[in-house]
Ligand binder design. Structure first.
Ligand SMILES: CC(C)(COP(=O)(O)OP(=O)(O)OC[C@H]1O[C@@H](n2cnc3c(N)ncnc32)[C@H](O)[C@@H]1OP(=O)(O)O)[C@@H](O)C(=O)NCCC(=O)NCCS
Length: 205
């Protein structure tokens, strides 16, 4: 088992599915209800990076991990980020005016849908609109790409994140029982959320 295999997705594919067996396998995996039909970015046209964000590269992973490890009880590993970049997943950074990293997101573009896997804001900078800005950037990108939906999973107990997604127009469309690790004895359910982008009034940004 690689280091990546045991790690959770914060919002996205099941922990045991995320990047398991290496990036290439993950990029072609088909999950129930989540068809992933091609290499993530290869089938789409190039799309502009939303303003104020920049693409994550391998040299950024130390700074990303410093936030990741303070923001979660069950953080992604270095291997999760390395595999995400190797697989060509969308990975964006948000910096403040002093060029300090304050947030990031990782998403998996599929066939006419994109799946948000990780959205994180430095704890000291939370509740200042950074998460909403990253999410709005992703929503706009996904819509320009022609996606019908943007999906994510979120811990049942993560009421702050659920409020953020609800405010952005996401609906709760399912529940994955015992999806996330919680403590040594328990696991936590994931709420599946979807933003319809093909509806006339669908979504923010
Ligand atoms: C969830 C997270 C990404 C939100 O980012 P953020 O920058 O703090 O959120 P924003 O300031 O953009 O919030 C936008 C709106 O979302 C809602 N919201 C965000 N955090 C909230 C909280 N803790 N409680 C209630 N509502 C919240 C509010 O409606 C908020 O608008 P308001 O501040 O005007 O009331 C951030 O708190 C975070 O990184 N948390 C730890 C990691 C995590 O849980 N990631 C999500 C995994 S699915």
């Amino acid at each position: 088992m690689s280091a990546s295999q045991a790690q959770p997705a914060h919002s996205g594919l099941a922990p045991d599915a995320l990047l398991s067996g290496g990036a290439q396998q993950a990029a072609t995996r088909t999950l129930p209800g989540l068809p992933i039909t091609d290499s993530p970015l290869s089938g789409g046209t190039p799309l502009d990076m939303p303003p104020g964000l920049r693409a994550m590269v391998a040299a950024d992973i130390d700074a990303v991990l410093a936030i990741e490890q303070t923001a979660y009880g069950h953080p992604w590993t270095r291997g999760n980020f390395i595999d995400s970049l190797a697989a060509g997943y969308l990975a964006w950074l948000k910096h403040d005016a002093q060029a300090e990293l304050v947030g990031y997101c990782v998403a998996l573009p599929g066939h006419r849908e994109t799946h948000l896997l990780n959205l994180t804001v430095r704890p000291a900078c939370q509740r200042a609109g950074i998460g909403a800005a990253l999410l709005a950037g992703l929503v706009g990108w996904s819509r320009r790409r022609g996606d019908a939906s943007l999906f994510l999973e979120v811990r049942d107990g993560n009421l702050g994140a659920r409020a953020l997604y609800a405010a952005a127009g996401f609906d709760e469309v399912g529940l994955r029982r015992n999806y996330y690790p919680a403590d040594s004895l328990r696991r936590e359910d994931a709420v599946v959320m979807r933003l319809r982008l093909d509806a006339p009034d669908g979504g923010a940004a």
